[in-house]
Design a protein around this ligand. Structure first.
Ligand code: NAP
Length: 240
């Protein structure tokens, strides 16, 4: 049994660990975006496949029996590619995506469909915005006129807002630290993707406590797969 896990998430690493502990052959695939990625146990390959055709070739050439798309819920292209390649090769595919966050009492969320809508909602000269969206979509926010705190893991290459401060940092984050950060920078608006999971949820609790508005970018439409699960343990149960 050879399982290909499309990874880059904690859930993907958890599943790789579970499968290798059961002596399954596992290859985890990473995009190669982060310089020092957290590596899962088992075999690891790094870099794009060359679209759905390249991925289908890889699946066939390496005798893959099952594909698990455990990529981040906002990694749309690789998920589409995986669904297409699995259909083309006849290999079963499971999507493993952590549940989305939903607002609770006291939250001030403004849901928006995409990055441009988030940039519009975060506009305003007097705003003090915390951009916690990674580095790939920062160009959408280059025109923001307020003060903008940007946090990401690797240095961004995109043009950035005129009045910005850059914080290079990798989660997980604690509520106390997030609260202090929001206070220190007098943030009134947090922009985040609805990634889900608890690694980066502390900022939402801190925002709730401090009455900070949250511009919540909704997830893209999921791709059609054989099964969708929300935890590594549930994915493990579906595999032999
Ligand atoms: P994306 O836009 O869906 O993918 C762009 C291209 O990168 C894909 O077409 C594929 O190239 C390659 N790629 C992406 N994930 C790959 C993987 N796991 N293995 C091999 N190739 C991969 O993806 P993204 O949003 O840039 O995310 C890249 C990776 O970072 C994903 O693995 C994801 O799990 C992880 N990640 C993303 C986010 C996020 O917010 N987007 C957050 C945390 C972690 P080819 O077409 O050449 O195959």
């Amino acid at each position: 049994m050879h399982t290909l896990i499309l990874g880059g998430t904690r859930e993907a690493r958890d599943l790789a660990r579970m499968l290798t502990e059961d002596h399954h052959r596992v290859t985890s695939s990473l995009a190669g975006r982060v310089r020092e990625p957290a590596l899962p146990p088992g075999e690891v390959r790094i870099g794009g496949f060359g679209g759905p055709e390249g991925l289908a070739q890889w699946i066939t050439a390496h005798g893959v029996d099952a594909v698990v798309d455990a990529t981040h819920p906002f990694a749309e292209r690789i998920s589409r590619s995986a669904a297409t390649a699995a259909a083309a090769t006849g290999v079963p595919i499971i999507a493993l995506h952590r549940p989305a966050w939903s607002p609770g009492p006291g939250d001030r969320w403004t849901p928006v469909p995409d990055m441009p809508a988030a940039a519009t909602a975060a506009g305003g000269v007097d705003k003090r915005v915390f951009l916690s969206i990674g580095r790939q979509n920062l160009h959408h926010f280059a025109g923001l006129e307020g003060h903008v705190l940007i946090r990401c893991v690797e240095p961004p290459e995109a043009p950035l807002p005129a009045d910005h401060e850059l914080l290079l940092s990798r989660g997980p984050f604690e509520v106390a630290g997030e609260r202090a950060l929001l206070r220190e920078h007098r943030i009134d608006t947090l922009v985040t993707k609805n990634s889900g999971g608890d690694l980066t949820a502390a900022k939402l609790q801190a925002a709730r406590e401090l009455g900070v508005e949250v511009i919540m970018i909704q997830r893209p439409e999921p791709t059609a797969v054989d099964r969708t699960v929300h935890s590594a343990a549930a994915a493990r149960q579906l595999l032999p």
